[in-house]
Design a protein around this ligand. Structure first.
Ligand code: XMP
Length: 530
């Protein structure tokens, strides 16, 4: 996972009809962008406090959305939208905190509510307007998702009430003449079942976006952009076996052909058959020049005796850079390094405190390498969310099963073997993982799960197999659902499935005699065990 490098050029893409989302720090702001993109509308998320009026005006959005956020507009110095938002004669939609600051800034009133509304709620629709067109009728009683303590108590001049809920008498308000709309609930989350349609009405019907943001258009434009950026220079691209780096490589190859060389560093910590798949796909199927560096022995000897998770990560990350650099030198004369950086990696996050956040795990990447080797970066996926990358991959002819692969961490199986890593343990874990994923695919559950994997526990337990006593390793199975890996719920397999998997693992994998299922969500757990 690449980390944000906010010092890079902002995107400020203006080729397509676009919407600006001003972020007030809500946990779900990215979902607004994803819902908009799903309906073919390009949008960018900017922190409310890094959006000078001149930049907003120059961006010239077709509409502006004000997100939710954790603050209270009743507090002194709480965030406000730049005044120009309401003066540019563009439609504005305020969501939750966005509604409240809109009300406050336009002459209404917000007060702390007696009843807080969290989770599912219902709104009574009291009027009709363009936002609701074809979605909710006057008189309807509709499910929404709320998360607020404060509430609007007086609407600004020019506004009318469109809907109310038990805890929010002004759950929906609008001033249609100015095309200002505001809702207390969150239309961007799935628990507002028709929220996506409301957002589509805002972008298409109210703001007049044509929905011209498609992956087919992106592909053509990205190719032209890569050619313009790279010219005749050589590019190297590190493959990890994952979706982002693979789609980056295929897109680049389409744009610049054999000016691209891919580098795949096999660290010996991949799952069964994975390295061969990468070689088959890129070298044999796509005919992309590929350096396949089998560095597994170097990685395993560097990891010998190491049990601490952070030391494992640092060892793997450091060695990866050394090996990658050696391979890159062999390519000779490369001017660019391609990376599969995605939009969530470059969105600037809203910080109210300015303080650093706690590092739970240090994810490794090729950080530092571009400067060290004097390479410029080419990051053709910087505008995209993961689901868009998957669609692009299919457009580029990649197999849907490949682009839907679960994320896999850079340090690989090393962080799924708590304690010391040995070739024997890696071999056992690979076999367990293969059986588990095979059963998940057979049950048709793979796509419903964000990540599924096995963990080899550093514990031996007593069992009875046939007439004899066994004393073998225990393993844990993990499967979670998530939208971005930041939070996750464990997957509720039925017991029949779990029993079947456990039986197969114990029968088929020598060295395991006990199987457990991890039912920890994130937080408080993390997805990986280390
Ligand atoms: P955690 O375990 O932090 O994982 O809940 C969140 C997501 O990040 C992946 N992950 C990593 N990815 N290097 C990576 O490239 C790492 O060191 C690393 N650690 C965790 C994890 O698989 C999940 O998708």
């Amino acid at each position: 996972m690449t980390q944000a490098r906010p010092n890079q050029t902002p995107l400020n893409e203006t080729r397509h009809d676009h919407i600006l989302i001003l972020d007030f720090g809500s946990q779900v702001t990215q979902l607004i962008a994803r819902r908009l993109r799903e309906s073919g509308v390009y949008c960018e998320i900017w922190p409310f406090n890094h959006a000078p009026e001149s930049r907003i005006k120059a961006y010239n959005p077709k509409g502006i959305i004000l997100s939710g956020g954790p603050c209270s507009v009743t507090e002194e110095n709480s965030p406000r939208a730049p005044a120009c938002v309401f003066e540019m004669n563009v439609p504005v939609l305020g969501i939750c905190y966005g509604q409240q600051t809109m009300v406050e800034q336009l002459g209404g009133k917000v007060e702390p509510g007696d009843t807080r509304e969290f989770g599912r709620a219902y709104v009574d629709v009291m009027a009709h307007n363009a936002l609701l067109d074809g979605v909710w009728d006057k008189g309807a009683h509709e499910q929404v998702w709320m998360s607020h303590g404060d509430r609007v108590t007086k609407i600004p001049p020019g506004f009318e009430i469109v809907g109310k809920s038990e805890g929010a008498p002004f759950a929906m308000i609008a001033d249609e003449s100015r095309r200002f709309y505001a809702v207390q609930f969150h239309p961007e989350v799935m628990h507002t079942p028709r929220g996506g349609e409301l957002l589509k009405n805002f972008t298409h019907k109210v703001s007049g976006c044509s929905g011209d943001w498609t992956m087919a258009a992106f592909r053509e434009e990205a190719i032209a952009k890569i050619r313009a950026q790279v010219g005749k220079e050589r590019v190297i691209c590190g493959l990890s076996g994952g979706v982002d780096s693979s789609v980056t490589a295929v897109l680049l190859h389409e744009a610049i052909g054999d000016q691209l060389t891919c580098i795949y560093v096999d660290n010996g910590l991949m799952r069964a058959g994975e390295s061969q798949q990468v070689v088959d796909l890129f070298k044999n199927h796509y005919n992309i020049p590929l350096i396949h560096e089998d560095a597994s022995k170097r990685f395993l000897s560097a990891l010998a005796g190491i049990s601490d998770p952070e030391t494992k990560r640092k060892t793997i990350g450091g060695l990866f850079i050394d090996v990658f650099e050696d391979c890159a030198k062999r390519v000779g004369g490369a001017a660019f390094l391609a990376q599969g950086t995605l939009y969530p990696d470059v969105i600037e996050s809203v910080s109210f405190t300015g303080g650093p956040s706690v590092t739970i795990k240090s994810h490794h990447n090729v950080g530092g390498l571009p400067e060290k080797m004097n390479l410029k970066l080419v990051e053709p996926l910087r505008e995209l969310f993961k689901d868009e990358v998957r669609v692009l991959g299919v457009k580029l002819g990649m197999h849907p099963d490949f682009v839907k692969r679960h994320p896999f961490p850079g340090p690989g199986l090393a962080i799924r073997i708590p304690g010391e890593i040995t070739p024997e343990k890696l071999d056992i874990l690979r076999k367990v993982d293969t059986v588990y994923l095979d059963e998940i695919r057979n049950a048709g559950l793979y796509d419903a799960i964000w990540q599924a994997f096995a963990v080899l526990l550093p514990v031996k337990t007593v069992g009875v197999m046939g007439d004899g006593r066994s004393y073998d390793y225990a393993c844990a199975l993990r499967a979670v659902t998530s939208t971005d890996g930041m939070t996750a719920d464990y997957y509720p397999f039925d017991h029949g499935f779990l029993g079947r998997v456990a039986t197969r693992i114990i029968n088929e994998v020598r060295g395991i005699n006990r199987v457990t299922y991890d039912i920890t969500s994130k937080p408080p757990g993390t997805i990986e065990w280390e």
